[in-house]
Each structure stands twice: as C-alpha cells, then as structure tokens.
Design a binder for this molecule. Structure first.
Ligand SMILES: C[S@@+](CC[C@H](N)C(=O)[O-])C[C@H]1O[C@@H](n2cnc3c(N)ncnc32)[C@H](O)[C@@H]1O
Length: 313
C-alpha cells in the first residue's frame, strides 16, 4: 500500500533547494516520498537523488514510488546522523542540496502499529527504526522517576512532568505499562482536572511527544546531522529544514546562525585572531510557515517551520 503522507510546504522547500537538472540532492527523511518525488522530477535529466530514512518501511515505499527513476536514485535505510558515512559508501563527496523534513509521517502515526499516537491503543514502542533496542515501554517501565521527569519537562515542556513521572512510578509497581492507552490514562489522571480541561490539546500530547523524541534520540541526531550536512554541501549549495517542534527549530536556528557568523574575537581586538569565516548565508531571516490554505487542507502542517541557508563560495 502506498503511503498517504501529504508533503508539507513542498513548493517552498523545492524553491529553497534550488533544484535543477543535473543536480545532486539528498532527502534525509524520505517518509512518504512526497518531497522526494518532486525533487527527482526537478533534477532530471542527469541528476542524482539520495534518499535516506531510518524507517525501513519508508525506504521500501520510496523504492516502489521512485522505481521509474531507479537509475538516478540511491536509497539508504539509515539514520541521517550517519550522513558522512552514507555519502562515503556511495562515493559522493559533496551535493547541491540537502532536505530534512523532521518528525513522523502520517503513515507512521496512523498505521505503523508502533504506538506513536495515544488515539489508538497499541504497544508502547515508538521506535522509528525497529532495529534499535530501547522502546518507549522500556523507558516508561525501567527509567528512574528523575529521568522520566527530565524527559517530560525538557523535551515536552510539560508543566506537570513531576506528577506524571510519580504516577508512572506508582502504577508500574503493580503491573508493567504496556500500551499507549494505559499510559494516556495515567497521564490524564496525573494532570489536575481543571488544567486538563483547559488545554486545547489532549493532556497526553506533550508527554507522548517527549517520549518519542527520547526513544529516537531525535535532538542529538539533528545537531550532529546539521554539522555534517553543511560540510558536504558544495559552495552555493542549499540546505532546507522543516521542523515541527520548538526545540528542533531552536537547534536549526542556532546552528545556521553559528555557521553564518564570522569573526568571534572580542570587539576591542584591533585585528581578528580567531580566523573564523562565515560558512552559510541564512535565506530565511524570517521563519517560513505554511499558508492558511495548506493548514486547512493538511492539519498536520500546522506547526511546520521552514528554515533554509546557502553555503558560501
Ligand atoms: C515528516 S516525515 C517526512 C515526509 C516526507 N518529506 C514526504 O514528503 O513524504 C519524516 C520522516 O523522517 C524519518 N526520520 C526522522 N528522523 C530521522 C533520522 N534521524 N534519520 C533518518 N530518518 C529520520 C521518519 O522515519 C519519517 O519517515
């Protein structure tokens, strides 16, 4: 069955990536291959598309979707944190553009059966790559209450992180917490009734997202990936990142700004001694958000934020 994920901010991403015939482009998050298909069509004839996803199902789907372009396409099941190694294996030194569209695809949420959503009662797994060892159930049942609190507070910005962790600690003493339904109920019970009623989102939303980010080590991977991605861009090459979480966006903004900054010597130094030169030019001084039409048509795009930059000559 083909994936049903609708690509978010596709036109904007394609425009920022500056895709044209003959170019080499990496899509580091294939998902439902929506962006991939649009990129491939733009870089033919003569271009090379490298698609990566840590979810084997997404790579298989992309293989089917892009079968007609197989000669110009290389697909890899891996974490984008290994970008340098992946390119080395493909004997590619540098590329013209790199895209990362972070988070989950519609299909992972709706039909993977891996417990990404509290709206379905599924095993508490949450691994994007099922070859990884630690599942959400492992963390929920084995992590100390302190670690759980840190996860919910730091990654989910959940105000009631301490209460939720304590409740989990109590409940798991009687029997393990194995499903999304059980966990969602525990979280709902830990958040004061008035506060839960006031929230516009389900009371378990923030805690579930935090757990998913922890299971997949998403923030660590992103930070390291951005460094490697910039290194492998050709001069004039473009990078475009679409994120759905303020912590992810903060990392992208911070890294881009860091790469765009030149000399870091104290202001009162008569000459530069650090020798640092800007590597990137940020193309999105103001963050780009999806249009109102897009958010109406595809509610999953609501929290998307796009940032793009160009490698300097
Ligand atoms: C939002 S979807 C991408 C959708 C895609 N752009 C499209 O148009 O269909 C995000 C995808 O990124 C993958 N992903 C997330 N983090 C990853 C990582 N560190 N390495 C590789 N793939 C990752 C997920 O498995 C998921 O398939």
């Amino acid at each position: 069955m083909a994936f049903r994920h609708v690509p978010v901010m596709r036109e904007e991403a394609i425009q920022y990536l500056n895709c044209a015939p003959g170019k080499r482009v990496v899509d580091s998050t294939l998902g439902g291959a929506g962006h991939a298909m649009a990129v491939v069509k733009k870089i033919l004839p003569g271009g090379l598309f490298i698609g990566i996803d840590r979810d084997a199902g997404a790579v298989e789907n992309a293989r089917r979707q892009l079968a007609a372009y197989a000669e110009n396409v290389r697909l890899v099941h891996d974490n984008f944190v290994n970008l340098s190694h992946i390119l080395l294996q493909l004997e590619i030194d540098s590329v013209d553009a790199i895209l990362a569209d972070l988070g989950l695809s519609f299909d992972q949420i709706e039909s993977s059966g891996r417990g990404f959503s509290f709206r379905k009662d599924e095993p508490l797994d949450m691994r994007m790559d099922t070859q990884n060892t630690e599942t959400a159930a492992d963390i929920v049942n084995k992590a100390g209450v302190k670690r759980l609190t840190r996860i919910f507070k730091d990654l989910g910005e959940e105000r009631w992180a301490g209460r939720i962790s304590k409740k989990i600690g109590e409940k798991r003493k009687t029997s393990p917490i194995e499903t999304t339904g059980q966990l969602a109920e525990i979280i709902r019970g830990a958040i004061p009734g008035k506060e839960a009623a006031r929230r516009r989102i389900h009371p378990a939303t923030k805690a579930f997202m935090a757990l998913r980010i922890e299971v997949n080590r998403e923030l660590e991977a992103l930070d390291s990936f951005l460094n490697d991605a910039v290194e492998h861009l050709k001069p004039g090459g473009r990078i475009c990142v679409i994120s759905f979480h303020s912590l992810e966006d903060r990392i992208v903004k911070h890294r881009f700004n860091e790469f765009a900054r030149g000399c870091e010597c104290p202001r009162d130094f008569p000459v530069c001694v650090c020798g640092k030169k800007p590597v990137l030019r940020v193309l999105t001084r103001k963050i780009r958000r999806p249009s109102q039409e897009e958010t109406l048509e595809n509610p999953m795009s609501r929290s998307a934020r796009l940032r793009a930059a160009e490698k300097l000559q």
